[in-house]
Design a protein around this ligand. Structure first.
Ligand SMILES: [Zn+2]
Length: 244
């Protein structure tokens, strides 16, 4: 799905008929930035989506990671291998680095985190099994990002630390497009923004409170990894979700 001249939302194949809303942004020099990398085994679908969008795979030179969940970084090793010997830069928040580099097991496998996730579920709902990667990837992070850091790419990208889903979850604001790449900080359903899901959030209260950091953005659209693109009165919707 084309959002504007430089920004596409790729619908990369996920489970069943589902897709992951993976943003792809063309820089002024023709290079392409991806936001997350899909599940393990996603590469053929990712390549097909890039082709369809007219974005050459060989132009992909950086991946902005929102967080370390396996459906976001699981596709990274195959992507980096397919690009070799060309280097692809991986960027992420400092608090995600040890998980992405395989120095710590995924945060949602930690017993204390799982207990909190279970406690935040509606009564009667049981947390699904921990699904750590069988072989957690070890991906070197080349650029460590901080909250509020602005990068000079395609008119400017600001990293916004929105913790809760995971400790170092980043959203990315694309200044020229006025689009927020939300990762899993928000979900979308039929074009409408939905709050973070307790069964998937390491700390759902924090995830909700963190939405206040997004409430003043000037937004044309929000790209959610789960559910795709949301439009409409996004600022009012985000404010309402943050106030809950
Ligand atoms: Zn996630």
């Amino acid at each position: 799905m084309r959002i504007d001249d430089s920004l596409h939302m790729l619908e990369v194949k996920a489970w069943g008929d589902g897709f992951l809303g993976l943003a792809a942004l063309r820089g002024d020099d023709g290079s392409v930035a991806l936001f997350d990398a899909g599940l393990p085994g996603s590469l053929p679908s990712l390549r097909a989506c890039l082709d369809e969008a007219g974005l050459p795979f060989d132009a992909v030179d950086r991946v902005f990671v929102t967080h370390h969940d396996f459906d976001h970084i699981g596709g990274l090793p195959e992507l980096l291998a397919a690009a070799a010997p060309r280097k692809v830069l991986v960027l992420a928040h400092a608090e995600e680095v040890p998980y992405i580099q395989g120095e710590r097991p995924p945060v949602k496998t930690e017993p204390a985190v799982r207990a909190r996730m279970q406690a935040n579920l509606p009564e009667g709902q049981v947390l699904g099994p921990a699904r750590p990667l069988e072989n957690p990837p070890r991906i070197p992070v080349g650029t460590v990002l901080a909250d509020g850091q602005r990068l000079d790419f395609a008119g400017g990208i600001t990293a916004i630390h929105v913790p809760g889903h995971t400790p170092g979850h980043l959203c990315y604001y694309l200044h020229r497009s006025r689009v927020l790449v939300a990762g899993d900080a928000l979900r979308a359903a039929d074009g409408r923004l939905e709050p973070p899901a307790p069964e998937h959030s390491a700390d759902v209260r924090l995830a909700r409170a963190s939405l206040a950091k997004l409430a003043d953005l000037d937004l044309a659209a929000v790209v959610c990894y789960h559910g795709g693109c949301a439009t409409g009165d996004l600022r009012a919707r985000i404010r309402a979700l943050a106030a809950r």
